[in-house]
Design a protein around this ligand. Structure first.
Ligand code: SF4
Length: 405
């Protein structure tokens, strides 16, 4: 197993392909011109807690997988699943510098909540892979680092697991994500069909809510993966890197280099700063205007959200161990809410109880948000069958009010 986390080099990666789809110019800045992103001093502060917990959990699970594989090689036996205590022992042995106690506690809380973790079939962790959609030696190549690979000769399953630290995404959305397509194509190529290999799968393990979403390899997904690469590469070879203004601009680190973005912001600042003013002057019969205006407003909205997030990060750091603070007539404090959610395993139950196909359920429900799932269950009279799949998650958030309100 590799203990080297340096990513392999390829012409594309799942994240760069995704960035290309959003905005080819951003891809050009990063991959072709190799320009350094613009820096903002508050960025590092905002990202640190999230990044630390995610990186720490990844590292612990990587070391646990290596340990499981070594144990199996030494004894010939499958190792028992890792308990919370065993995962925490690994965590405690890792060097930790400059990290707030609460950040470490968050990461360790997540590790405890996902135990027991079965790693008995792990054969690789942090595996560096290069996929050649058109055969070795032909451009483009796609580089990726897979968090974990399990191979089970009894069931013939090769499974790549990707750990995530954010909110779980819908299965239907994940099925068309370049990461899903490329990872499945790569494991299918690396472990071709044999007596011991008959199925290939990707599992996204969302650690914080401890939700798993699995997608199996199919010939259709394999074709889509190659088609996806082909479409991007044709544009790359044709030197086509247009700027696509959209909501993703709010997170783009190349805003300060992007002329289109500067022109977009200037135009808004000149005459149409207020969305109301823009809408009042707009041509509501012109579909192109409606679409362009919508995307432009979304981009600005995202930029504002990004700015608020940065400010929140700095305010949180000014709170002594989360204690409320007051300044300029405002009071800021951390709040805790419980949010209901549903495990993706609820989908087959909804399908069975409603008599619909899973795809129809996904279309009707739209997401696994509590309100939509509950409304669906009420409509189809299957609320009771659903309760075992309801999960509750504690969410911390910053509340800012005028003092005394
Ligand atoms: S600011 Fe927007 S349009 Fe400009 S490069 Fe970034 S993502 Fe593309």
């Amino acid at each position: 197993m590799s203990d080297n986390t340096r990513p392999p080099r390829g012409d594309l990666s799942p994240s760069s392909a995704k960035q290309f789809a959003e905005c080819p110019q951003r891809f050009w800045f990063r991959k072709r011109a190799r320009l350094k992103p613009g820096t903002d001093p508050s960025d590092a502060d905002d990202k640190r807690p999230y990044q630390f917990a995610g990186i720490h959990c990844h590292r612990v699970l990587e070391l646990a997988a290596i340990q499981a594989a070594n144990d199996r090689a030494a004894s010939g036996e499958l190792r028992a699943p890792f308990t919370a205590r065993e995962l925490l022992d690994i965590s405690e042995e890792l060097p930790i510098n400059n990290v707030d106690e609460s950040e470490l506690a968050d990461a360790r809380g997540v590790l405890s909540s996902i135990a027991p973790v079965d790693l008995s079939r792990a054969v690789a962790a942090e595996m560096q892979a290069i996929w050649h959609p058109y055969g070795e030696g032909n451009e483009p190549s796609v580089a990726m680092v897979m968090d974990r690979i399990d191979v089970d000769p009894r069931s013939g399953l090769v499974e790549v697991t990707d750990y995530k630290y954010g909110m779980a995404r819908d299965r239907s959305e994940l099925a068309s994500d370049p990461q899903t397509l490329y990872y499945l194509a790569a494991v299918h190529e690396a472990w071709p069909r044999s007596e011991e290999v008959r199925r290939w799968r990707i599992t996204y393990h969302y650690l914080a809510p401890n939700v798993k979403v699995t997608i199996d390899w199919t010939p259709l997904l394999d074709r889509l993966a190659r088609q996806h690469v082909k479409t991007i590469w044709r544009q790359v070879l044709g030197d086509e890197f247009p700027a696509h203004i959209g909501r993703h601009c709010g997170y783009c680190p190349y805003q300060n280099r992007c002329e289109e973005w500067t022109a977009h912001v200037d135009a808004l600042a000149k005459a149409e700063t207020l969305p109301g003013a823009k809408l009042a002057k707009g041509n509501w019969g012109d579909l192109a205007w409606l679409l362009e205006t919508r995307e432009g407003l979304k981009a600005t909205q995202k930029q504002c959200e990004g700015a608020v997030k940065r400010i929140d990060g700095v305010i949180k750091k000014r709170m002594d161990r989360g204690r409320p603070i007051k300044a300029g007539g405002f009071k800021a404090q951390m709040r805790l809410s419980k949010r209901a959610d549903f495990d993706v395993a609820a989908l087959p139950v909804l399908a069975r109880e409603s008599g619909l196909g899973i795809d129809e359920v996904v279309l009707e429900v739209g997401s696994l948000g509590a309100q939509k799932v509950k409304a669906f269950a009420e409509r189809h009279n299957c609320r009771e069958a659903l309760s075992p799949f309801e999960t509750r998650k504690a969410v911390k958030w910053l509340e800012v009010k005028r003092a005394g309100v």
